[in-house]
Ligand binder design. Sequence first.
Ligand SMILES: [Zn+2]
Length: 254
Amino acid sequence: MAAPAANRYHAPIMSERVETTLIHGKPVRYRIRRSKRARRLGLQVSARAGLEVVLPWRWALRDVDDALRAHAEWIDHQVDRHDVRFGPRTRELVDGAAIHMLGTPRRLDLLPLPEGRVRARITLSDEAIRAELPPGDLLDPRPALRRWLRRLARARLEDRVAHFAELHGFDPRRVIVGERTSRWGSCSSRGTLSFCDRLIMAPPEVIDAVVCHELCHLRHLNHGLSFKALLKMVCPDHDRHMDWLREHHDEMEF
Ligand SMILES: [Zn+2]
């Protein structure tokens, strides 16, 4: 089983649930975040997170409905002002946009495929991601870029898992890399390590820290003292790298 969601080592990528409601007859998307510290319900609107409802731990979901109704005027105004009626603004993947790969921003160069070629070709250099795409993909390059990013992530993560497994004598059964929204990594009791493909956007040492964290779960499926001692030995700077993920996760949206 994966570790509990409340654990601080697993920097959550997104909070618990996303809902849609009607305000003044128009749909608005929002997400609800449960908080153990909050004493009262809070409403926040930002470009990065959209409309967020912070709900004190034991409060009921219908308290959210009441709050949304009570502040309909304010919400209606704010979601338009921040342009987040349908959720957080995702970055536009247009020619010249910056995309982080292995912790370094690269310029996205979108180009039509040369005459006579039918398959997309995407290459990574120190400064750029050069994507030669069929016309349909040029209009919306996200799916093609995501497939490419996932291939890179899979190669890198399998390689790093094998490296640290050999170095410290771990025995992972399987590595899965996919589009995850709630965790950067997890470890199952059967020895399967799962990772979010967007980890490839983080610096190499941060990727390694997540890999080491999940490998250590092969011996301790919790975050107890034995786990922490093992992790400290395998990856002394682990906590600092997790701080990096917490601070930069919004740059790693894709
Ligand atoms: Zn963990």
